[in-house]
Write a protein that binds this ligand. Structure first.
Ligand SMILES: *[C@@H]1O[C@H](CO)[C@@H](O)[C@H](O)[C@H]1NC(C)=O
Length: 209
């Protein structure tokens, strides 16, 4: 039998858990770590830390990809830090594409709200899963796997993705290969592409070397 004061203490700690456990709003003034941002002092947290208002705005698709991603990750919405969830808006103009890319830290569930998107991913065993998605369709891209989205049809496409991390990360294959400073002969060696193709793509994506 436990003494009454101890029981009361136990009960009160169960009924009013420390609010520090409720959230860990990102302190964006400090550097991020693989585990996320440090927590902001609770006395400085406001409702705007939990709100992001940019997802209603069409992204600027005037670029090489003719596509735009508007992230609502922990850098944009600090209240997401530590909660294992985030979102993004995807705009793809006619003829646009989000090339093969990966989010190393997150699975993605993409919901098409406008137009049509040919979307797919490639598994670790190189099986491909792709399908044209229309308004109201959604597709999951398992964590870390290479995937892509291509606009199809006669109107621009809009989709919203949710992610299983507040900081999913993003690496786009053509940028990784052709926007860097890896010497051209080495790029050719590690991709099996020929010299002309690598030089052409380095010009398109801004690579050097
Ligand atoms: C698109 O971008 C190019 C290059 O940055 C620029 O010259 C052009 O004016 C832009 N077009 C529109 C419609 O914003």
């Amino acid at each position: 039998m436990l003494p009454i004061p101890f029981l009361l203490l136990l009960l009160s700690s169960i009924l009013s858990p420390s609010s520090a456990a409720d959230f860990c709003v990102a302190d964006l003034t400090l550097p991020t770590t693989p585990a996320g941002f440090s927590c902001k002092k609770e006395s400085t947290v406001t409702v705007s830390d939990f709100v992001f208002s940019g997802l209603g705005v069409t992204g600027n698709t005037n670029n090489t990809l003719k596509a735009a991603v508007t992230p609502a990750f922990s850098s944009q919405c600090p209240g997401l830090n530590g909660l294992g969830i985030s979102a993004a808006r995807l705009d793809i103009a006619i003829g646009g594409v989000v090339p093969l890319h990966t989010h190393p830290a997150a699975s993605e569930f993409l919901v098409v709200t406008q137009g049509a998107i040919l979307a797919g991913f490639i598994s670790s065993s190189n099986s491909v899963y792709y399908k044209t998605l229309y308004k109201g369709d959604a597709m999951v891209f398992p964590r870390g796997l290479l995937h892509f989205q291509v606009q199809t049809g006669r109107s621009p496409a809009v989709a919203f993705g949710s992610f299983s991390s507040p900081n999913p990360g993003l690496q786009i294959v053509p940028f990784a290969l052709f926007a860097n400073s890896l010497p051209t002969p080495l790029v050719e060696k590690v991709t099996f592409l020929d010299d002309a193709e690598v030089k052409k793509l380095k010009k398109v994506f801004g690579g050097t070397g």
